[in-house]
Design a protein around this ligand. Structure first.
Ligand code: BG6
Ligand code: MG
Length: 224
């Protein structure tokens, strides 16, 4: 098991970790699911977390056995409408949408010399960071448009470590999605799951919410 002292960098998911946008993505997708007549469930909502836009649409349609009912162009139009719904919610965002404890944690990481990189599947991540006033913490970010595979594939978290010039064992990944934890683990990094420990059972470290995300708590968890 990796020692706390080995850790030099943190690779962050955005939606649901830094800010409450996981709920906005859910709301925006739910409108599309309602429109096409797919029944929403909490499990479907959880399964969509961390999953890129087109893969999310495919999962929703599959959940309602409707994956063959739409042409490629119709699917693009549905995904574009979802994004427009989502962007309307994002427009209203301010630093008040940063999850509790996150700003202090980022500042603490920076003052202790840890390197930071963003590993979000969202093409809207730069806009969201700007709305939150957190862009300066993330000089480095994996561009999701350049990825071959989405989460749970390790590609995005492996790329995060490479951008920091660190070995995977020197990195901690922070996620709220089961697909994201799988991605971090497969990249051979240490995983922190924020949220329901039953959903995030594969995480190396579990915290119920972002207020528990502190260097002391991480050190304690890794030492015990
Ligand atoms: C992830 C979210 O961060 O980004 C998913 O957890 C979302 O819910 C994905 O589908 C892609 O986001 P976007 O903004 O590119 O549609
Ligand atoms: Mg997330």
């Amino acid at each position: 098991m990796t020692e706390f002292e080995d850790i030099k960098g943190f690779i962050f998911d955005l939606d649901g970790v830094i800010t409450d946008t996981a709920a906005f993505h859910t709301l925006a997708w739910r409108q599309i699911a309602d429109e096409v007549g797919v029944q929403w469930t909490v499990q479907l909502g959880d399964a969509l977390k961390g999953i890129n836009r087109m893969d999310s649409l495919e999962l929703i349609l599959k959940h309602g056995n409707k994956e063959t009912l739409f042409t490629g162009a119709e699917k693009i139009s549905l995904a574009t409408r979802k994004n427009n719904n989502y962007l309307m919610l994002v427009q209203q965002m301010t630093p008040a949408n940063i999850l509790p404890g996150i700003t202090d944690f980022l500042a603490d990481l920076q003052s202790h010399g840890y390197q930071l990189v963003l590993a979000s599947a969202s093409k809207n991540a730069p806009l969201v960071l700007e709305k939150l006033g957190l862009s300066s913490f993330f000089q480095k970010a994996v561009n999701p448009a350049t990825l071959k595979h989405g989460k749970p594939n390790p590609e995005i978290f492996s790329r995060g470590a490479k951008l920091l010039n660190l070995n995977p064992a020197q990195c901690i990944g922070v996620e709220d999605a089961a697909a994201g934890i799988e991605s971090i683990n497969a990249a051979n990094e240490t995983s922190i799951g924020i949220g329901n420990p039953k959903v995030l059972a594969d995480a190396n470290i579990n915290f119920d919410d972002t207020t528990q995300l502190t260097l002391d708590n991480i050190k304690f968890s890794m030492d015990h």
